[in-house]
Ligand binder design. Structure first.
Ligand SMILES: Cc1ncc(COP(=O)(O)O)c(C=O)c1O
Length: 449
């Protein structure tokens, strides 16, 4: 490293950090949740951002000794809370390479090589969707940004098609199980939300949707779920798509969690109709084994997104608008090439291995579901459509669930948090890690007697 840099010789810091990185990637994680109160962290970490700095060794020491132990291990095989993550080692390692290359991946001119690779990874998802080769999009930070960007495109496209904003403003339609980020997007777009009732399986159906669309002609988009977060439910996509086409409404499918299961032959038929959606998201940082933060946002007709998202300014006039500029497809301009770790991991392992990994995760969920059914003290609430399980401990109330969940998190045996289903507290397990062993999970559940 050049001594003459304004910053002096940073090579010891670089070597020190790389050494930490190599150790961390090789080491298995500790599943104990160890969030600490801010006051404790202040005392334990001490000030680091000071006029003179504290130096790389002291800063790395605070990070290793105080800060990292106060974060949750998202990739531990016994972390089955919320939506955990299970990036491959290759994907994590390539995140360093992506950072080291420091690519501006907002426009083709600056990031062509990286964008080409990202688009290759997106093409694989386009194939899984059964969309035409002309489909495409970009990677954004997460499902929240993906949903928002897709709905901006939806609103602009339908407004253009219908010749303006209707009196009373726009509406979007979804069930109450649509992810909370959909309400956030509606709020950001200043559009109303009309709720459609699910059927007894928790699905959005065309029978429930059609009258809602007829009564609410200002609806510009329907948001369907391809794997609800709470229960892993896939809406009736083919029927919903038909109802959307009849009404001239955009169909956005949120597959942030469940979209990865498009790769699994055993459940692919449940996604029938997804080929008719207008936009789609899936988070590779959820169940496609990529590190944070990574959401694939796709449009069946990317021209709609370009019309909605392209930024224009005198200093941007030189941009080649014929080229694939990722900033044209979402609410973003500067962006890191966050799809590269996913691309690298796909290239290392191959798409067949990816299919097998998702399939294996589904089989872990099924094994645990069968084990729960065989335990008299437990009750499976719902057979899993994907890899989320809901179950009850007979005789327990909400306080019992919370106490058990917190004790298990502290002793590190399992991360499993309660949720509600049909107004009742239940326990929820979400499987996204092919290294989770069903036997270990069942042993912990057996001890709930
Ligand atoms: C179905 C669904 N949509 C959207 C999101 C939001 O994704 P993110 O947390 O990456 O913003 C989630 C997160 O769990 C999700 O499960």
């Amino acid at each position: 490293m050049a001594d003459e840099s304004f910053w002096g010789d940073e090579s010891p810091a670089v070597q020190g950090v790389l050494h930490w990185v190599a150790e961390r990637v090789a080491r298995s994680s500790d599943p104990k949740t160890t969030a600490r109160p801010e006051s404790e962290l202040v005392a334990a970490a001490g000030p680091a951002v000071t006029p003179d700095g504290i130096g790389w060794q002291a800063a790395l020491d605070v990070f290793d000794r105080v800060l990292i132990p106060a974060t949750r291990a998202q990739d531990d095989p016994m972390n089955l809370a919320y939506i955990p993550a299970a990036p491959t080692r290759s994907a994590i390692a390539f995140d360093f390479a992506t950072s080291a290359a420091n690519i501006f991946a907002g426009i083709w001119e600056a990031g062509a090589g990286a964008i080409h690779a990202e688009n290759e990874a997106l093409s694989w998802i386009v194939d899984l969707l059964g969309w035409p080769d002309s489909a495409g999009g970009t990677f954004v930070s997460g499902g929240t940004m993906g949903n928002l960007s897709a709905l901006v495109t939806a609103r602009d496209t339908i407004r253009e098609r219908r010749g303006g904003t209707p009196d009373g403003g726009w509406l979007l339609a979804c069930t109450s199980d649509a992810h909370s980020s959909i309400l956030g997007a509606a709020n950001a777009l200043d559009v109303g939300v009309v709720e459609v009732q699910q059927d007894e399986r928790g699905h959005l159906t065309a029978d429930a949707l059609r009258p809602v669309l007829a009564e609410n002609p200002n609806t510009f988009a329907v948001v369907a779920s391809a794997g609800t977060t709470n229960a892993g439910v896939i809406d009736d996509l083919a029927d919903v798509a038909a109802a959307c086409m009849e009404a001239g409404v955009w169909l956005h499918v949120d597959g942030a969690y469940g979209g990865a299961a498009l790769a699994a032959a055993s459940v692919r038929s449940r996604f029938a109709g997804i080929e008719l959606a207008d936009s789609f998201i899936v988070d590779p940082h959820k169940w496609f084994f990529a590190p944070y933060d990574c959401c694939a946002l796709l449009y069946r007709d990317p021209r709609t997104a370009r019309a909605a998202h392209s930024q224009h300014a005198s200093y941007l006039d030189q941009i080649d608008r014929e080229a694939w500029n990722p900033s044209d497809y979402a609410t973003q301009l500067t962006r890191r090439a966050r799809g590269l770790p996913f691309w690298f991991s796909l290239a290392v392992h191959g798409t067949d291995k990816y299919r097998a990994a998702v399939e294996h995760t589904l089989s872990i969920a099924r094994d645990v579901a069968a084990g729960i059914e065989a335990m008299p003290h437990l009750e499976l609430v719902k057979h899993p459509e994907l890899s989320v399980l809901l179950f009850r401990r007979r005789g327990w109330n909400t306080a019992d669930y919370q106490a058990w969940s917190q004790a298990a998190a502290l002793d590190g045996s399992i991360l499993c948090v309660p949720t509600t289903w049909r107004g009742q507290t239940v326990l929820r397990l979400a499987f996204t890690n092919p290294d989770t062993e069903s036997r270990r999970v069942l042993d912990v559940l057996d001890a709930m007697r």
